[in-house]
Design a protein. Structure first.
Length: 366
């Protein structure tokens, strides 16, 4: 019998988490580099990045800085490739797109990568994957990396300074792990994939319980569990399950929505959370899945409670034309899209119906 081998980039080489994790990271950072490039983007985190830079300089390192002009895109990466001359590591500090850009830049330059999430909005600080966008913010594709970051520093004190909206967005993105993996991979015979799917179920259950309390009190144990679930644990599923533990319609809807400039203000997880509702609607109406209707009724109130978008109006698309929405659906249904991991075919027309009706109450089945 021929043995089939697979390769997994499961986790960062080292993870530091908790209050004061950044200060505890200095010895590990010094062991990795002497001239790191500190990469960021948002003006709202510029003060934090200046402090990180000063801290690094105070430990005897010689850091330099660079700032993204756009989301993680090829034009920025080409520029940063030139600006990084002489640097011996990349420290990406910020949200998911900054972390993705830092990972990809380090990958292409064969340099150590250190991720410092400044919010819990995604698990990008953990994973061996980077999403690529156009300069206008439209999703173009993803790139698999050879390994996860060499060091992830998840400092609770840094992350607590992020707006509450970022944590709600992270909850939606992490919840999608279950709703997508359970559809694409629940029947897998691979033990690691099975375990990844079950971890996603446990992650969902924890977030259903903890996330409302976490949003109310950033000093609670529920906040710690929720923030780490979104930024750390959610990354484990992709590492264990690999390409076979796939994203499905929720992320495909996100990718389609990014094609519309009117939707660019919405965060990654906000679009993904809306995409979960769309996926459940498709499973219910096209797949005949009664459990999907039940899941929809369970999830919809939580998303509303967390202030997440549940309909096109919430996403700023109340004035979107039919042509705009058809563009979203055509992109989400393009060849090779994650949408096609659903166990049934979905046309752009069917997806459009689900988009429009994403927040409609599900019928009660006896």
């Amino acid at each position: 019998m021929v043995q089939t081998f697979s390769s997994h980039a499961i986790a960062p080489a080292a993870v530091l988490r908790g209050e004061g994790a950044w200060a505890e990271a200095f010895p590990k950072i010094r062991a990795l580099c002497s001239k790191p490039l500190v990469l960021g983007r948002s003006s709202s985190t510029s003060g934090l990045r200046r402090q990180l830079f000063a801290d690094l300089a105070g430990t005897g390192l010689t850091p330099t800085t660079a700032q993204l002009r756009f989301d993680c895109c090829e034009q920025d990466l080409a520029r940063l490739n030139l600006e990084s001359n002489g640097c011996d590591a990349v420290i990406a500090a910020g949200g998911g797109k900054v972390l993705d850009a830092g990972k990809l830049l380090a990958h292409r330059l064969s340099l150590p990568c250190i991720t410092v999430p400044l919010s819990a909005a995604t698990c990008a600080g953990w994973t061996a994957l980077s999403n690529i966008y156009s300069p206008e913010g439209a999703f173009e594709g993803d790139v698999s990396l050879s390994r996860c970051p060499d060091l992830l520093v998840f400092d609770h004190g840094l992350v607590r300074q992020a707006p509450p909206r970022t944590l709600a967005s992270g909850v939606a993105d992490a919840l999608a792990k279950w709703y997508e993996a359970s559809v694409s991979s629940a029947d897998s015979s691979d033990g690691l994939v099975q375990q990844a799917v079950q971890m996603a179920r446990v992650l969902r259950d924890q977030l259903l319980i903890d996330s409302p309390m976490a949003m109310e009190d950033i000093n609670s144990a529920a906040w710690v569990r929720t923030a780490e679930a979104c930024a750390l644990t959610a990354g484990v599923m992709g590492g264990l399950g690999g390409a076979r533990c796939r994203t499905v319609a929720a992320h495909a809807v996100h990718n389609g929505l990014t094609q519309l400039p009117a939707c660019h203000y919405a965060m990654h997880g906000e679009k993904v959370g809306f995409g979960i509702l769309v996926q459940l609607r498709l499973e219910e109406r096209m797949g005949g899945n009664r459990l999907a209707a039940q899941a929809h009724r369970q999830l919809l109130p939580l998303l509303r409670q967390l202030g997440l978008p549940v309909c096109l109006d919430d996403l700023g698309l109340s004035q979107a034309s039919l042509s705009d929405l058809q563009q979203v659906c055509s992109f989400a249904c393009r060849e090779g899209s994650d949408l096609h991991h659903l166990p049934f075919a979905v046309s752009p027309g069917a997806l459009l119906e689900a988009l429009v009706g994403a927040a409609e109450p599900s019928p009660i089945h006896s």
